[in-house]
Design a protein around this ligand. Structure first.
Ligand SMILES: Cc1cc2nc3c(=O)[nH]c(=O)nc-3n(C[C@H](O)[C@H](O)[C@H](O)COP(=O)(O)O)c2cc1C
Length: 177
């Protein structure tokens, strides 16, 4: 069962740089695309920068609606993630085709992926760099996580179709929050 996550804790989800499934929806059609070019920009409110190529179907939906969900998969969704990255949402319904469940969000009109251990509902808050770099700045307005997942086996793209899976966690004396 997912629970809301305090927005101040969102940064720790994206800090390790997991590949996310960017969810968008336009004209009643929801879509998903793997995305690894994202970065935290602020703790609270949580701001996230991301590059979405204009060649992708997701770009037009994000540009038009200003809403999305960053769904964070773990290793068991690798096949579906790769399949979502090898297809385009104007040609098929990726939720139906790849067996992913669309569940309602709380704040945005974009469904969340139930099978992902975390879902971050976002609104576009700054488009200044969209024209030059396809770089959107998002604010996370609602966050969900599965509290049973303590050390998520997130996916990290190494390029050329190779991935690493997060594993061991080490607690140190670092003063970084
Ligand atoms: C691991 C991985 C990471 C990716 N990261 C990005 C990214 O950060 N930005 C981007 O525009 N495309 C990225 N892509 C490519 C898109 O996911 C891909 O072009 C997808 O088919 C687009 O789907 P759409 O046309 O339905 O939007 C990535 C693909 C993979 C497999």
């Amino acid at each position: 069962m997912k629970e809301f996550l305090p927005l101040a804790e969102v940064y720790a989800i994206l800090e390790p740089g997991p590949v996310v499934l960017l969810g968008t929806a336009q004209d009643g059609r929801a879509n998903l695309m793997p995305m690894s070019w994202h970065t935290m920009l602020e703790f609270e409110p949580p701001l996230v920068g991301c590059v979405v190529s204009a060649a992708n179907h997701s770009f037009a939906a994000l540009e038009a609606t200003g809403e999305c969900v960053l769904n964070v998969p773990a290793a068991e969704l690798l096949d579906q993630l790769v399949a979502c990255g090898n297809s385009h949402g104007d040609q098929l319904d990726k939720f139906a085709k790849y067996g992913l469940s669309a569940v309602p969000s709380a704040e945005v009109a974009v469904p969340r992926v139930e099978e992902c251990w975390a879902n971050l509902e976002c609104r576009v808050v700054d488009r200044q760099l969209v024209g030059s770099y396809n770089f959107f700045i998002l604010e996370v307005v609602q966050a969900w996580h599965d509290p049973a997942v303590r050390v998520p086996r997130t996916l990290h793209h190494r390029g050329y179709g190779r991935f690493m899976i997060a594993g061991e966690e080490i607690q140190t004396g670092s003063a970084m929050r």
